[in-house]
Design a protein around this ligand. Structure first.
Ligand code: TYD
Length: 207
């Protein structure tokens, strides 16, 4: 039996990592088996690619190079980790996936969705997530709640306009792929958001 592949998406500072941690606690408490990985990364090769992409010193990196590096890290993760686990019938959660590339590189960097889809063909055709949990919170609200940006992270240093474009991109994707997108209002307390995620995953028969 093929396993289930669930991805998490959202703009910077929406509390994605926090929510994934809380979900892990819930799954462990309820003895639900799962495997959690992340993008870019999740295996030694992709983690090295991650370091190159996110290194604040790489100021000359072109948008195309960045998009291709994300796609390369993704293919490695899929072949080495995700595919074997899905073939084994496991429940796999991934912190970010193809929609991050579509929103960040396709929409916000302006490379266009078509270009990003083309270089991610393998991930799109063979490993479409069963569901994508999108934590919905506009960047202005997210940064206000977080109390500023992380000045060592190349991507977080991009301006507010960039993050707003990412957000608009996600909203378009949620519409386009409404069958797999689970849109969660992330503006409330963390416990409230967590409950919404658990309820939605239960309703979809994932957990
Ligand atoms: P990370 O520190 O993991 O951020 P977060 O906690 O917000 O997930 O860094 C990942 C960064 O990489 C994040 O800014 C989003 C960006 N990203 C892309 O631009 N394209 C992609 O395809 C992926 C997977 C991530």
């Amino acid at each position: 039996m093929k396993g289930k592949f669930i991805t998490f998406e959202g703009c910077e500072g929406v509390g994605k990592s926090r929510q994934i941690k809380l979900l892990e606690e819930y799954l462990s408490k309820n003895q639900i088996k799962y495997y959690l990985t992340r993008e870019p990364g999740g295996n030694p090769v992709s983690e090295q690619i991650r370091n190159v992409i996110l290194d604040g010193k790489n100021t000359t990196m072109t948008d195309e190079c960045e998009a291709l590096l994300y796609a390369a890290a993704r293919v490695q993760l899929l072949k080495e980790v995700v595919k074997p686990k899905l073939d084994n019938g496991e429940l796999v959660f991934c912190d970010r996936y193809i929609d991050s590339s579509l929103a960040y590189q396709g929409y916000a960097r302006g490379l266009g969705v078509e270009f990003v889809e083309k270089i991610n063909d393998y991930a799109l055709k063979n490993f479409t997530p069963d569901y994508t949990v999108f934590l919905n919170l506009p960047p202005e609200q997210a940064f206000k709640r977080k109390g500023g940006v992380d000045k060592t992270d190349r991507l977080e240093l991009s301006g507010m306009e960039f993050h707003n474009r990412v957000y608009e991109g996600y909203l378009s994707l949620a519409k386009k792929y409404s069958d797999r997108f689970i849109v969660i209002d992330a503006s409330g307390e963390k416990e409230e958001t967590q409950q919404k995620i658990i309820d939605a995953l239960k309703e979809k028969g994932v957990i």
